[in-house]
Ligand binder design. Structure first.
Ligand code: GLN
Length: 194
């Protein structure tokens, strides 16, 4: 199994470190040819407009869309925005998931926060690993709505959606790569091997 990490901007190194710790072969992706022979791709957090524009400049948008037909893709924070079909403003998007996101829904950088959340699918897959997941939100987006065949994976206590899945596509508005809990990465690997 080989997982690519889109390494145009943002916290790709943190994803890389967790995957290597899990013994997974990784490759940083900056060019279309580097998508070849990958089984999964992670789009990290960062700044979604910047990542989108760079992906356009490097002619990665169509190749990533094509990759999604067979490979699994996970977007964290800015990566989740890129996966969405609608971010309510004009910016380059992959438009692969039937989710609408609201960027910076919690306000500015200083309004970043951390909270323990319930993620039923993780509790189901890893019942021995404790219950809640410590979620780090940094100028995070909200998943405003989930349509089509996409489904909700996690919500805040007030019901606002923060994680969704559609087939082998995964979107989290927080950053599992910034905590030592590797359950989300392991869950993604189960989608990769599907
Ligand atoms: N605020 C960023 C955006 O809208 C996302 C922040 C992040 O990835 N931590 O693109």
């Amino acid at each position: 199994m080989k997982i690519g990490i889109l390494a145009l901007q943002g916290d790709f190194a943190e994803h890389n470190a967790i995957l290597e710790h899990l013994g997974v072969e990784t490759r940083q992706v900056r060019l279309p040819a580097q998508l070849e022979s990958l089984d999964g791709l992670i789009i990290p957090g960062g700044e979604s407009t910047t990542i989108g524009k760079l992906a356009e400049d490097y002619q990665l948008i169509e190749p990533i869309r094509k990759f999604s037909k067979t490979g699994a893709i996970w977007g964290t924070c800015a990566g989740a925005i890129l996966l969405s079909k609608d971010a309510r403003r004009t910016q380059p998007l992959l438009g692969l998931m039937d989710i609408t996101v609201e960027r910076n829904a919690f306000g500015r950088q200083v309004e970043s926060f951390e909270i323990d959340i319930e993620v039923p699918v993780l509790q189901e897959f890893y019942p021995q690993n404790g219950q809640t997941f410590h979620a780090v939100f940094i100028r995070a987006p909200l998943i405003e709505s989930v349509d089509g065949t996409a489904r909700i994976l996690a919500s805040l206590p007030d019901g606002r959606i923060i994680a969704a899945q559609q087939r082998k596509l995964l979107a989290t508005s927080f950053h599992p790569e910034l905590t030592p809990d590797d359950r989300f990465h392991r869950y993604f690997l189960t989608l990769v091997s599907k």
